[in-house]
Design a binder for this molecule. Structure first.
Ligand code: SF4
Length: 110
């Protein structure tokens, strides 16, 4: 059985040309969840992503979450919990068209 890499070992992909058919992209996995992180006076939030299979961890074992705009860069050589949601190349291509280019603060809870 293969073991997943920890968050600190996750590699980054800045450009779609870096796409590798050999790799697993967390953004294309059912366990990669988009969450809101409250900020400011409580009615503002930023978007974050977490692995609900518990595979993203800091060195001391706490859960690690990432800024949403970086999600397309999260890739692994293998992961026992990977459950793809579709063709990874197509998915990452479409995702990169809609991802913000930096961390953004949103207001309201609609
Ligand atoms: S289960 Fe594995 S592939 Fe899926 S999001 Fe978590 S670390 Fe990434």
């Amino acid at each position: 059985m293969s073991t997943a890499q920890t968050a600190d070992e996750l590699e980054t992909m800045d450009h779609l040309s870096d796409f590798s058919a050999e790799k697993i992209y967390c953004a294309n996995c059912v366990h990669c969840k988009l969450i809101r992180s409250t900020t400011g006076n409580g009615n503002q939030y930023c978007l974050r992503v977490r692995c609900d299979a518990g595979m993203w961890k800091k060195k001391l074992g706490e859960e690690k979450i990432y800024k949403y705009f970086t999600v397309a860069r999260r890739s692994l050589d293998s992961c026992s919990y990977y459950e793809p949601m579709g063709d990874p190349k197509e998915f990452i291509k479409e995702l990169k068209k809609t991802l913000p280019i930096k961390d953004e603060v949103y207001t309201g809870f609609n």
